[in-house]
Design a protein around this ligand. Structure first.
Ligand code: SIN
Length: 289
């Protein structure tokens, strides 16, 4: 679904050439948004999945206030929040860090939760001169591109999500804690699992999307790994085709909001020797159906 610039009375919305994501200008996120503006922001977000707002150097108070206009805060486990800011995470990578960036593989945020966050909002503070882009995958168009037989096969399935690979005692992060500047929390809690529909219906648009990711989806309910893993592998390959990807290039003082219900994202590196600092909030979501 492509919504043209002229469809909005209070915003300028420029859809990205990738056919997914849009840039929004003509508003000041530092101030509370009037009801018609907020309604248009939410409509544009539903239409495009990922919205970027350039030149919005929000303070942390303003970032929190903008987040609360979208919805109540989500629950962010496994990364200690900023001091005095229980709902803000700092995504930081120092010039001497060598490991994959935080969030550097395809995922939908905290999808292992019973009610994963609807939105994540990321505001850029320090952007490296090269690299540090974020890839977004349109899981709605990926679903819609499947043939009817594949859709029928997936319809009854539930995918099993867990934080184990990222934050469990045997996870990748657990072996790297002393080499990362972020306060990542490793816990046996992360080994818990939660099943969600593999095909999820968006509560606002009514469109269906694939709701699986390589980081957090660890199996398919009722299938052995021999049965479930090849199917998940096929789905990950399908989702991450170029045609479903938007590559976001950051500038300093930019705000991006993405919809975890119908997208995955992947933070790229390519900026060793440079600092990258972002501030992140989440907006609570609903039980996936
Ligand atoms: C994340 O929240 O997964 C990190 C995204 C990014 O740093 O670009």
């Amino acid at each position: 679904m492509s919504v043209e610039v002229s469809d909005y009375a209070t915003l300028k919305v420029r859809p990205e050439a990738s056919g997914f994501g849009a840039e929004v200008t003509g508003l000041d996120l530092r101030k509370p948004l009037a009801d018609p503006v907020l309604a248009e922001v939410k409509a544009a977000w539903a239409a495009h999945g990922v919205l970027s707002f350039p030149d919005q150097p929000l303070s942390l108070d303003e970032l929190e206030a903008f987040t609360l206009q979208i919805g109540r805060f989500g629950d962010d486990p496994y990364v200690a929040p900023m001091p005095g800011r229980p709902n803000v995470l700092e995504v930081r990578r120092e010039p001497d860090e060598k490991l994959t960036p935080f969030g550097g593989n395809w995922h939908s945020d905290w999808s292992f939760q019973p009610q994963p966050p609807a939105a994540t909002i990321l505001r850029s503070e320090i952007i490296p001169p090269v690299g540090g882009d974020t890839l977004y995958c349109d899981a709605t168009r990926a679903y819609e591109a499947l043939d009817e037989a594949a859709k029928a096969r997936l319809a009854p399935l539930k995918a099993v999500h867990s934080a184990t690979r990222a934050y469990g005692p045997k996870s990748q992060y657990s072996r790297e804690l002393d080499q990362r500047s972020m306060p990542i929390i490793v816990s046996p809690e992360a080994d818990k699992t939660h099943a969600h529909p593999l095909v999820r219906t968006h509560p606002v648009t009514g469109r269906k999307a694939l709701f699986v990711s390589p980081v957090y989806t660890v199996g398919i309910e009722g299938m052995t790994p021999d049965q479930g893993d090849p199917l998940l592998g096929e789905l990950f390959k399908h989702l991450t085709q170029d045609t479903f990807i938007y590559r976001h290039v950051w500038s300093a003082g930019m705000v991006v909001i993405w919809d975890n219900r119908c997208t995955m994202h992947n933070a790229l590196g390519g900026y060793d020797g440079h600092r990258r600092v972002m501030h992140r909030t989440t907006v609570a979501g609903e039980t996936p159906v």
